[in-house]
Write a protein that binds this ligand. Structure first.
Ligand code: ADP
Ligand code: ADP
Length: 227
């Protein structure tokens, strides 16, 4: 589903990624961990070209993201992304946040889009907030809306960039629970997180990054079981 080969990325003279290679199979859950500044967000953002890479190749569902001619809209339709900071449209209701891309990008009619949106809001446990504006929701609720919005596009995979890092501690669990459910349903997921419990419980594979490189890769047992 996703394959990165020998990816390097520079910000000016600073090399943020150094020959990073990994792949994610269909249905696999990969968790990326590592210290702040190690390049986790950069590699994730490179997958749907929120960042461009300087060397190497990234293939997403057969499309070469590193090729300037690739249809990047199509890549982003297939690969959802959930950010630390929710990124909801503040002047649209929760329901409108979920229907906008469905009608514009997926060309669904409003009725169908609303029906799908309501189903997804139910799934993430906030159907009662459909008519509210994002500012009226807690951080945990906003992040669940962001996940539902991403699901509304029927993505083949979802990238999560520290989805719980901006949340108050008491809201982290509700967001992780939604993500665990998705994992159980077989969604392909790449998750950058500091939540080691989540990594241990959900990951098929854990990637540890440091200074722009993958320094270790293995099963959660490999990482979290003491010898
Ligand atoms: P992580 O997600 O592991 O915290 P990032 O991928 O966000 O790390 O950043 C990796 C390194 O690249 C950091 O040292 C960061 O300061 C630097 N960096 C990230 N984005 C930029 C940018 N737009 N310009 C310059 N340096 C950047
Ligand atoms: P997050 O952890 O949500 O990725 P960051 O604080 O790492 O947020 O980065 C926020 C934005 O600032 C990103 O677009 C990133 O590329 C940019 N950025 C991060 N580090 C630097 C840096 N050293 N110089 C310039 N821009 C940076």
């Amino acid at each position: 589903m996703i394959e990165a080969r020998e990816v390097s990325k520079f910000y000016g003279a600073f090399q943020a990624l150094k020959n990073v290679s990994f792949s994610v199979r269909d249905g696999e859950k990969v968790v990326i961990i590592g210290p702040s500044g190690s390049g986790k967000s950069t590699i994730l953002r490179s997958i749907n070209r929120l960042e461009t890479i300087d060397r190497g190749t990234i293939i997403v569902d057969g499309m070469d993201v590193s090729d300037p001619k690739v249809d990047i809209c199509k890549v982003r339709e297939e690969i959802g992304m959930v950010f630390q900071s929710f990124n909801l449209f503040p002047h649209k209701t929760v329901l409108e946040n979920l229907t906008l891309a469905q009608t514009v990008v997926r060309k669904r009619n409003r009725r169908e889009a609303e029906q799908i949106a309501l189903e997804l809001l139910k799934k993430v446990g906030i159907a009662e907030k459909a008519a509210a504006y994002p500012a009226k929701l807690s951080g945990g609720q906003q992040q669940r809306v962001a996940i539902a919005r991403s699901l509304a596009m029927n993505p083949k995979a979802i990238l999560f960039d520290e989805p719980t890092s901006a949340l108050d501690p008491e809201m982290i669990g509700e967001v992780l629970d939604v993500m665990k459910n998705l994992a159980q349903e077989g969604m392909t997921m790449v998750v950058v997180t500091h939540e080691m419990g989540f990594a241990r419980e959900v990951a098929d594979r854990v990637i540890f990054m440091d200074h722009g490189q993958i320094v270790e890769e293995g099963t959660p047992e490999h990482f979290f079981t003491s010898p």
